[in-house]
Design a binder for this molecule. Structure first.
Ligand code: PRX
Length: 648
């Protein structure tokens, strides 16, 4: 833990929306009188029919329900677009910065509104209506935001699949949610290289299990030649041109679904995290405003991809609901060189910049000269998300990017939480590098021991949240039982986050990482079970066990122990083939960093793999294995140590 404390700067506190006294008072009200607090803040968005009920929640696993603003009706797209038109129709809503540094575009609220209305009508003409699912498999281009908002406008449920996922992964998600329409582009573009999205989509849709898709909408992006299925495929620009720009927003209930987003868990296949409309939008917009101390006119840039929840809440819904100017970046931090992020900040005079520790660590390795090339004087607030930020990276970010003038908000949250739960507020919270600090309004974290007893004072424990907040997920799409099992059965009457945390003497939270079999690779969440099932799907593999391994840039890397079928040769070629196989099954983000051939795995007598041992060997800490006497065959451990791959 870092010993440094950075007090709130006077300059920031002066103009900030929330100072220390206000934070204390508002936090107190939010937990003592959630109904009153959220009733008042629920009015920050426009309702068609105002709510009269605020909160209706039970965390009891036997009778679980989570409802916010349940008798209110609204339209999310109208909140992000229409309500701004009179005041800021000509203001830029989205700045698009292409992969190619010479490409950028400013899209006004008026223009975005028209694009959304046209595409919403086009979707309607394809038979998409309220409650239908639409899968979006697009690069970071404006059409991605247009597609999300077009679905929201007609009450359809979008499910974005990250463009880095493979055809297999896409097929699984399309099948699970039963999408009627899929939206993709000819290609994506990253670091000057094309990503064959249309080809991947064709392959996914040819999967035998995928039966629901009627139309594939294709955005022309790079102009690459692509295969075409006349019966199914339509061009995005053609259907938009043909559609009317007049599309009245569909009235939906606060608890009608807005989107499903698949995320990895500790078991089996990814689960469809379902978020609803009213509470989610209240929470996304409120956290965006207060956590980033967003002021009218600020240029705001979140570098995430819309394929992750960060892109949903803090590129699209939160900022647009607040009438902000949000920047969408198609490219990567290292192209054309390691100064790209900083060049973009200078070019568009970015005031608020939100990125992931893995990017900071990668850029830090390239040295300060790339940062110093750019004029970063427009920056006021910096943010971090997705994984713990090590104090060294925090200090570098603070000193070289923020020039010691910009507070860093280290925001802890999850796909499931819809928005930020633990975070500093720029004008209110003294900072400690590496700590996500204190809870946002209405959020009641607690630390439990493994028996479920609440721990007090400075301590380590399992991080849980004691009561609901409006942005919380409502269910796992199509599997409510899994929702209850995953989040409400480990400990009674609380939301279990799956993270461990430490609380210090000042009540600050330090997230220590997952306590389950989920790993975090470059801020991307990955279930070890998913990688294992990809590996065992290969005809030469008998068994596989996957663990996270500390990695300087990625935070965690992927370490796989593989047992081959009898008679198979453990060669370097096979190792390369298995890496390729996993990339094909899941996507490049799941590529194992190490594969160790393991004739046997350490198992208890009841057959359970002892992952603790595998984690230690992967981390090269084989002298700290602890008790191995309960293993069925303690001998396997010697072989594993002998052949470990991560020798330092
Ligand atoms: O382990 C925590 C880590 O990322 C997990 C959630 O991943 P995902 O659902 O993909 O959402 C990422 C973006 C919100 C958490 O369970 N995590 C996220 N933010 C932080 C973090 N760990 C430490 N510090 C953070 N600021």
């Amino acid at each position: 833990m870092s010993a440094n404390v950075y007090p709130v700067s006077n300059d920031i506190a002066k103009g900030a929306l929330i100072d220390k006294a206000k934070y204390d008072a508002m936090y107190k009200q939010s937990v003592e009188d959630p109904e009153g607090f959220w009733g008042e803040h629920g009015k920050r968005i426009d309702w068609i029919k105002p709510f009269t009920k605020v909160k209706n929640v039970s965390f009891d696993a036997k009778d679980l329900y989570i409802k916010w603003y349940e008798d209110g009706t609204l339209n999310v797209a109208a909140n992000c677009l229409d309500r701004h038109l009179a005041k800021r129709g000509d203001q830029t809503a989205i700045i698009f910065e292409g992969d190619d540094p010479s490409v950028s575009e400013h899209i006004t609220y008026k223009d975005l509104h028209e694009r959304v209305c046209r595409f919403a009508n086009a979707l309607k003409s394809m038979g998409v209506g309220k409650g239908d699912r639409v899968v979006i498999y697009l690069p970071m281009i404006p059409a991605a935001a247009v597609s999300m908002l077009a679905c929201a406008r007609i009450g359809a449920i979008h499910s974005i699949v990250f463009g880095g996922f493979s055809p297999e992964a896409l097929a699984g998600r399309v099948e699970d949610c039963g999408a009627k329409v899929v939206i993709t582009s000819d290609e994506g573009l990253r670091g000057g290289r094309g990503v064959p999205l249309k080809r991947n989509a064709d392959e996914a849709l040819s999967h035998p299990g995928v039966k629901s898709v009627e139309k594939l909408v294709v955005v022309k992006h790079t102009g690459k030649d692509i295969a075409w299925n006349d019966a199914r495929d339509v061009w995005y620009h053609e259907v938009c041109e043909a559609a009317s720009p007049d599309c009245p927003p569909t009235e939906v209930n606060a608890e009608d679904p807005l989107f499903v987003l698949y995320t990895s868990g500790s078991t089996g296949k990814p689960k469809g995290v379902l978020h609803t409309s009213g509470g989610y939008l209240v929470y996304a917009s409120m956290t965006h405003q207060y956590v980033f101390d967003y002021h009218e006119g600020d240029i705001y840039w979140c570098t995430a991809d819309v394929g992750w929840v960060t892109g949903h809440s803090y590129i699209v819904y939160g900022p647009l609901a607040n009438g902000a100017t949000t920047l969408m970046f198609e490219g990567v931090p290292s192209y054309p060189d390691a100064s790209r992020f900083w060049q973009v900040c200078e070019k568009h005079k970015v005031n608020i910049f939100y990125t992931a520790p893995t990017a900071i660590r990668a850029l830090m390795r390239e040295g300060e000269s790339f940062v110093n090339k750019a004029d970063l004087s427009s920056l006021r607030i910096l943010g971090s998300v997705g994984e713990p930020i090590n104090p060294e990276a925090w200090e570098w970010y603070h000193e070289h990017v923020g020039k010691r003038n910009c507070p860093i908000v280290d925001t802890w949250w999850q796909t499931e939480t819809g928005g930020i739960l633990i975070t500093p507020l720029p004008g209110a919270t003294d900072l400690k590098p590496g700590s996500a600090t204190l809870p946002f309004f209405g959020v009641e974290p607690a630390l439990l021991d493994n028996e479920g007893k609440e721990l007090t004072g400075a301590t380590d424990g399992n991080l849980v949240i004691k009561d609901s907040w409006p942005g919380q997920m409502r269910t796992v799409y199509g599997d409510h039982e899994r929702f209850i099992q995953t989040y409400f059965s480990t400990f009674a009457n609380v939301y279990t986050t799956g993270d461990g945390a430490r609380r210090d003497e000042d009540g600050y939270y330090w997230i220590t990482g997952r306590v389950d079999d989920v790993i975090n690779v470059s801020g991307h969440r990955m279930g070890t079970a998913e990688v294992e099932s990809a590996l065992v799907a290969h005809s030469k593999v008998a068994e596989a066990a996957v663990v996270g391994v500390p990695h300087d840039i990625k935070g965690q890397g992927i370490y796989a122990y593989v047992t081959l079928n009898a008679g198979e040769e453990p060669t370097d070629e096979l190792r390369a083939e298995l890496v390729k196989w996993v990339r094909k099954e899941i996507g490049p983000i799941a590529s194992p960093d190490y594969i160790q051939w393991s004739p046997g795995l350490p198992k208890t007598r009841s057959g359970k793999i002892m992952r603790r041992i595998l984690r230690k060997i992967a981390a090269n800490e084989y002298d700290q294995l602890g008790d191995t006497s309960t293993l069925a065959d303690p001998g396997v451990v010697d072989d594993l140590i002998e052949n470990r791959q991560n020798r330092k």
